[in-house]
Design a binder for this molecule. Sequence first.
Ligand code: LLP
Length: 443
Amino acid sequence: MQTYVNQKIKPITTTTNSKGNLEISGIDLTELAKKYETPLYVIDEVTLTKMANDYKEAFSKYEKTKMTFASKALMTSAIAKIFHNLGFGFDVVSKGEIYTLLNAGISLDKVSFNGNNKSIDEITFAMDNNIDHFSADNFYELEKLNEIAKAKNKIQKIHIRITPGIECHTHEYIQTGQTDSKFGFDLNMMDLAIEKILNEYKNLKLVGLHAHIGSQIFETSVYFDEVKILLEQIKRIKDKFNIELSEINIGGGLGITYTKEDNPPSVFEIADTIINSINIHCEKFGLNKPVLYIEPGRSLVCTAGFTLYTIGSSKEIKELNKKYIAVDGGMADNPRPSMYQAEYVAEIANAKTGENFEKVTVAGKFCESGDILIKDIMLNNPKQGDILCVYDTGAYCYSMSSNYNCVLKPAMVLINSGEDDIIVKRQTPEQLVQNDVIPKRYR
Ligand code: LLP
């Protein structure tokens, strides 16, 4: 059976070269680690592009699809440029993400602004730069959006974000569609929001409904239900308010394969389910086919990304029959294992003579016992100085990284068919303290 990018653990270009070293996109990872040092985030453009093109192909059956990339998964100026060139718009949630787009020379005409507490400064900045639309999350935001649009003499296009009441089986922290959520209007409050928009907020133009049910989703059926609920609501709104909303945004969420236990559907399967649900329910409710926004993040970039570390110290606890090996990064460059008990697969990138697999726990270098990257993994004779390649770190690692322990953030390199380009420079100690100010009396 054919497997697609998000159904694989490793980038699609992964092989072992004649030296016995791991090679991805024609680049020897051991050489790459030498050239740029570790820890190092790496993105394989070939894998990323394949996934993006699969998304485009899968949804090409529905002409009214607008493809956007959820920037929160991985935002840098170069990544923005790549998605822009592939024809994607963006889902942003902060001034910083907008700023990064503008820095990459990308206008905001295919950008939606999400989030549950956008500041006045962020709203103003987005409107000043002609963002396409906001997904309004709550009453406070509606009021501010209208006020700011009015002051600018603008009619601002908006969607409203609803919580469709769907629970999906993913980690509690990354579930978002259930009724008890900090995001969006619940279905009871939605009508009140619409009344206000239609009667009071004359500078807002409501065109669609937005929902996002969660992240790292493995079930196709939740997408079928989500589309059904959105269209049911559009039908109800049409009957009650006499307006037919012409856009739906179903969020992101498609899962990926971090370990062999993960079994996500392909993008083609979810596309078929979503399009099928649109067809069935538009017919059933007598609605026009809406514009469909999707905003995947993780599934577009995760498999393309991996992190290279150098193995340093190790520790054996004889009575527990346990061995720790420590790498030169950890929870500051990848907080997901400590936040969500996320699991990863890794292997040693440099050639090994023979096979001598050992069960080890890969620890980070940060001052916290919970800084464990991978529990109990079989590695081939791991030794000090070896390069460890941890797969599937393309999403929510760099974007959630920190400077914990004042450790500098790693560099990021883009590789493509034998070429390597730095896309984020390694942070310097000077940058770490550049915003520090010592009060006069201590100078
Ligand atoms: N749209 C909205 C409104 C979202 O809130 C999200 C993710 C996405 C799209 C993209 O979802 P994706 O396709 O990436 O699943 N930090 C967590 C994930 C948090 C996701 C937040 N929202 C993690 O590392 O697993």
